[in-house]
Design a protein around this ligand. Structure first.
Ligand SMILES: *[C@@H]1O[C@H](CO)[C@@H](O)[C@H](O)[C@H]1NC(C)=O
Length: 301
C-alpha cells in the first residue's frame, strides 16, 4: 500500500458496526452493508477497504488529495457511489465521511503541499511528533475527551495511521520511526470485547446490563471513555508482562547464544488481538465470558 492509500484508509477507519446486524457473530445479517470486490464480498472494516480498492481499479484517483478535496472533481454523489452497498444498508456515517474527506483534502492541499508525505517528513522519524502533527492539523483525528476534569487524548485513528505506515513499510522509509514503541493500542469496540473475554478487563454488572440491552453510549460519556482508557492500560500491562517473560527466558537460556526474541510493542499486541477478535467473533458474541461490543457512533473509531 502507498502512504497515500494508508492515509485515506485510516482517515475513514471508523464506525463499521451495523445497525441491522445486532447479533454481531461474524456471520453477517443478509442486509448488512457489504461490498463485493475481486470476487470476494466484505463487511466491516474490510468493506471500506474494498470500496476504496474498487474505486481505484475503476480509475478514480481517490488517493489524490487535490482530487478528493474538491466537489468539482469529486462530487458528493460520486463519493456515495464509491461506497455503494450490495445490500440495503449503506455505509455508516456517510455524510461524516464526506465531510472528513473534504477537510483532510483541503488541509493537505493548503498546508502540506498536497501530499501526506510532507506530514511524514515534518515528523522527522518520530511517531509521537507525527501523531501530534496529524491531530493538531486535522480535526477529524482529534479523538479526545474530558474525564473527571482531565483531558484524555485517545487518538485511535492517528496512532493506527502511524502504526500502519510502520508495519506496511517495515520500519523503513515512510515507516521508519525511532520511537514506535511509544504508540499505545487503538481503542475501539472490538479489542475491549476481547480483553474482557480473556479476563484482562472486568466490567461492572451495571455496565454489562447496558451492553446487553444494546444501549447507545455517547462518544465522550464517562462509561465509554472508561472502556477505551482501560483497554489502553490493559494492553500496556500485557506488554510489560510479555517483556518480563522474555527477560526470564533469556536469563534461562545459555548465555553463549542469547535467545533472539522480538521486542513486543502495543501495536503488535493490538494487531494480534484484533485479528483474533475477527476470527473468533462468534465465540466472543455467544460463548463463555462473552459480552457485546459497546455501541457508540463516532468518527473517531
Ligand atoms: C501542524 O501541527 C503542528 C503541531 O501543532 C504545527 O507545529 C505545524 O505548524 C502544523 N503544520 C502546518 C503546516 O500548519
Amino acid at each position: 500500500m502507498t502512504q497515500a492509500r494508508i492515509f485515506l484508509v485510516d482517515l475513514l477507519n471508523f464506525s463499521f458496526w451495523s445497525d441491522v446486524d445486532i447479533a454481531d457473530t461474524g456471520d453477517p445479517h443478509p442486509d448488512r452493508y457489504r461490498v463485493t470486490f475481486g470476487g470476494a464480498s466484505y463487511t466491516g472494516y474490510w468493506s471500506m477497504v474494498a470500496a476504496i480498492n474498487r474505486a481505484l481499479e475503476e480509475g478514480i484517483p481517490l488517493t489524490t488529495p487535490e482530487f478528493f478535496a474538491s466537489e468539482t472533481s469529486l462530487p458528493d454523489e460520486e463519493i456515495k457511489r464509491i461506497f455503494r452497498s450490495d445490500t440495503i444498508e449503506q455505509i455508516p456515517l456517510l455524510n461524516d465521511r464526506i465531510r472528513i474527506i473534504r477537510e483532510a483534502g483541503k488541509v493537505l492541499v493548503e498546508k502540506f503541499g498536497g501530499s501526506f508525505i510532507n506530514c511524514i517528513a515534518q515528523a522527522q522519524g518520530s511517531s509521537l511528533a507525527l501523531v501530534n502533527i496529524i491531530t493538531s492539523n486535522f480535526s477529524s483525528f482529534r479523538d479526545e475527551a474530558a474525564f473527571c476534569g482531565r483531558k484524555v487524548q485517545i487518538n485511535k485513528r492517528a496512532q493506527i495511521l502511524v502504526a500502519d505506515l510502520w508495519a506496511c513499510f517495515q520500519n523503513q522509509g515512510y515507516g521508519e520511526f525511532h520511537d514506535i514503541d511509544e504508540i499505545t493500542m487503538f481503542a475501539d469496540y472490538r479489542v475491549p470485547q476481547t480483553l474482557y473475554h480473556f479476563q484482562c478487563l472486568q466490567y461492572s454488572q451495571e455496565l454489562l446490563d447496558i451492553l446487553d440491552r444494546g444501549e447507545l453510549l455517547p462518544n465522550g460519556s464517562p462509561v465509554e471513555v472508561e472502556i477505551r482508557g482501560n483497554s489502553i492500560w490493559a494492553v500496556e500491562l500485557i506488554r510489560k508482562r510479555i517483556q518480563e517473560l522474555i527477560r526470564k527466558e533469556q536469563e534461562l537460556s545459555s548465555s553463549e547464544e542469547p535467545l533472539k526474541m522480538q521486542a513486543v510493542n502495543a501495536i503488535l499486541i493490538d494487531f494480534f488481538i484484533w485479528d483474533f477478535a475477527k476470527a473468533a467473533q462468534q465465540d466472543l458474541a455467544r460463548g463463555q465470558r462473552s459480552v457485546k461490543v459497546h455501541r457508540t457512533r463516532s468518527v473517531f473509531y
